[in-house]
Design a binder for this molecule. Structure first.
Ligand SMILES: [Fe+2]
Ligand SMILES: [Fe+2]
Length: 208
């Protein structure tokens, strides 16, 4: 039983990491023409920003999968699966946009995936309220990180802007859902460690 689950998880992980993702919802920038005239510098910078966001989505997938590993609550399971589906959309949108901007995804993604699924799994063992609390805090930190990226974008790149705006809306909704399901506020030191880890992750994935 556990072996089957373990093998399934390996299969899903490999798929997320090494196969192109496809989104269920249309891309938020679908109606905006592709005829962009971005300078090479802007394209390079935005491709790096989207690489960071793509890695964030890789972590989100792994976190959600980890959180489902030992969760026994059916309502939470449904909510986690719904959010995980939306995160797949984000993953696909980021992947496609990176490609359009002639960038590359991060080489660190396999390590990030493994680390995140481990953290999610541990959170799901500890306690239901902490599991959701951890989720709510992650989503909150991702939203504020997306705000920063939106501020950094060149105003000419409307396509990237549209994608990030929809992602920010979704992440905020994920935070609200986790709170509605009973998420507890995490202790300050844990939030701080999460913030530092995210800073290291974003700095590294911006580079490689
Ligand atoms: Fe996301
Ligand atoms: Fe999210």
């Amino acid at each position: 039983m556990y072996i089957d689950k373990f093998i399934d998880e390996i299969e899903v992980g490999l798929k997320i990491l090494f196969s192109p993702s496809s989104s269920k919802r249309p891309r938020p920038d679908k109606k905006i023409s592709n005829a962009e005239n971005l300078s090479p510098e802007v394209k390079k910078k935005h491709a790096k920003l989207m690489r960071v966001n793509h890695s964030g989505e890789i972590c989100a997938q792994a976190l959600y999968r980890g959180q489902l590993l030992f969760n026994k609550d059916k309502v939470i399971e449904k909510s986690l699966q719904k959010a995980a589906g939306e995160e797949i959309d984000h993953l696909a949108w980021c992947e496609e946009r990176i490609d359009e901007l002639s960038g590359k995804t991060s080489v660190l993604n396999p390590i990030l995936y493994l680390g995140s699924i481990g953290i999610g799994g541990i959170a799901s063992i500890i306690d239901k309220k902490y599991n959701l609390g951890f989720l709510a805090e992650t989503e909150k930190q991702v939203s504020s990180h997306l705000d920063k990226h939106l501020d950094e974008l060149s105003k000419y790149d409307v396509k990237t802007k549209k994608i990030l705006e929809q992602m920010r809306l979704d992440e905020h909704q994920h935070e609200i859902s986790a709170k509605e399901l009973g998420a507890t506020e995490l202790p300050k030191p844990i939030k701080k460690v999460m913030g530092i880890t995210s800073k290291i992750m974003t700095t590294l994935t911006y580079k490689i």
